[in-house]
Design a binder for this molecule. Structure first.
Ligand SMILES: [Zn+2]
Length: 293
């Protein structure tokens, strides 16, 4: 083998082993749930040269209650349920693609399942609303084809939307049953600097696949407040805002997502314990690579 080819191959292998150019799939219920990992995604695609795809399970039509500011933009009374449910699926797809462009998401895969209404209950969603077999099959096909290193999904806490819980349960089940080398799957939450209470979550009792008993606090963190640029006046919250600002039909996003200082990642128990170290190295690398020095 030519020496240059050997060195190139070795460096690619090392990059892969060190998680320097990773391939990630986000699995979410709604178009806008990706805002919780906006900065991590930006850093992976723009600073490490990695690839991030996004699978969105519902069509987002139940977001009509928050669409008042978008009524003038799109010329429809979107807060009326029938009107919102009719127009929002298309509008939210466009907003999602525009937001994802700012952070470098490659492909967005839509499963177009029904976004019925707000509920805390994941059981009904999984048993009678979504076609779960089809979702699992399609996710498995993607994992087989793309060989992702990581999956990000929302942390399925008791108080979060039932759709968020259901999407994460489906992603976890898919990874658990995957025949090849599975990606490491991580739960995502956001946090603020002012809230210093220790976060503990051990998983949903009814769904053992969500167990975090061995890892019941965030394992990794990306700090959005790292500053850089002229007089250190810029930080990564700006990037999160680019994405959030595209979701014009979801009026409340800017009131709470702007407050997120950290993107936290939880290491689900179904991951092999020995892969935690490579994941730690990946986050360490990601935390050390400011785009502007
Ligand atoms: Zn959501």
């Amino acid at each position: 083998m030519h020496r240059f080819t050997f060195v190139l191959l070795l460096s690619l292998l090392l990059n892969s082993a060190m998680g320097q150019a990773p391939k990630v799939l986000i699995v979410n219920a709604h178009p806008d749930d990706e805002s919780g990992v906006a900065v991590t995604v930006y850093k992976i695609t723009q600073e490490l040269g990695g690839i991030v795809d996004l699978a969105v399970i519902t069509n987002g039509e139940a977001g009509y209650k928050y669409s008042i500011l978008a009524e003038k933009i799109y010329g429809h009374p979107l807060t009326q349920e029938a009107v919102g449910r009719k127009y929002l699926p298309k509008i939210r797809k466009k907003e999602l693609r525009a937001g994802c462009n700012w952070v470098g998401v490659r492909k967005i895969i839509h499963f177009n399942q029904l976004d019925t209404h707000y509920t805390l209950d994941a059981d009904t969603v999984l048993q009678s609303v979504w076609t779960v077999q089809k979702i699992r099959q399609q996710l498995t096909q993607r994992l087989t084809k793309e060989k992702y290193d990581y999956i990000f999904c929302l942390l399925p806490t008791e108080e979060t939307h039932g759709h968020h819980k259901a999407a994460t349960i489906l992603a976890l089940e898919t990874v658990k049953d995957f025949k090849g080398k599975p990606p490491v799957i991580l739960g995502v939450s956001t946090g603020t600097k002012t809230d210093t209470t220790q976060k503990i979550f051990t998983g949903l009792e009814k769904y053992p696949v969500t167990s975090l008993r061995q890892n019941s606090s965030p394992a990794f963190q990306i700090d959005r407040t790292v500053s850089f640029g002229h007089k250190n006046r810029l930080n990564y919250k700006i990037v999160a805002n680019w994405l959030i600002a595209e979701h014009k039909s979801q009026g409340t996003m800017q009131t709470f997502m702007n407050q997120g200082d950290y993107e936290n990642f939880w290491y689900f128990d179904i991951n092999k314990p020995e892969r935690k170290e490579e994941t730690r190295l990946f986050f360490e690398k990601l935390g050390k690579t400011p785009f502007v020095k």
